[in-house]
Design a protein. Structure first.
Length: 179
């Protein structure tokens, strides 16, 4: 269960703040230094980068291009220690463009960070960044819910069991569920 931030979590808050400061300085190497060599980074649009080198290259292009002069602003919301050397950190943040005085509400993102304690202090092993856009869940008796149940009944039992279905990404089969 997540809990409030405590003084014992200061190093993890510092890690997040260093990441924000490196972004704001346009320092891709400093931004990457907050991560492990084999870190995973999933951006708000779902794109995934594996490894510090790729993250640094991507952010260098962003900082020299469309995000020139931007600031990463945010704060840690909670820390959950899974072990003494592994923690899940939740934070909210947003990119503040240089021509704006405040962050538009639709640009707010939530980061889920898996941090690990290394010989060099806490580092980010995985970061998932998603937009904060809560979706209202339709009531079971609403039109969308009734329509979904009707289409599920029409599809039949084989569909509900996942038989003969494939997941594709860019036209490539990534997983078969009928094996």
């Amino acid at each position: 269960m997540s809990r409030a931030i405590t003084a014992a979590d200061a190093d993890l808050v510092d890690l997040f703040e260093r990441m924000c400061a490196a972004w704001t300085a346009g320092d891709a190497d400093g931004y990457g230094a907050c991560s492990t060599e084999d870190g995973d980074y999933v951006s708000y649009d779902g794109a995934r980068a594996r490894g510090r080198r790729v993250m640094v290259e991507n952010h260098d292009r962003l900082f020299r291009g469309v995000l020139t002069g931007s600031a990463l602003v945010g704060q840690v919301e909670s820390v959950r220690h899974l072990r003494d050397d592994v923690a899940v950190v939740h934070a909210t943040g947003s990119v503040l463009m240089p021509w704006r005085a405040s962050v538009p509400g639709r640009r707010l993102s939530r980061q889920t960070i898996v941090a690990v304690r290394t010989d060099h202090g806490w580092r980010i092993a995985a970061l998932h960044n998603g937009r904060v856009r809560p979706v209202r869940i339709p009531a079971p008796d609403s039109l969308p819910s009734r329509a979904s149940r009707a289409m599920t009944r029409r599809a039949g039992p084989a569909h509900r069991l996942g038989r003969r279905r494939r997941m594709t990404w860019g036209g490539r089969v990534t997983r078969r569920t009928d094996a």
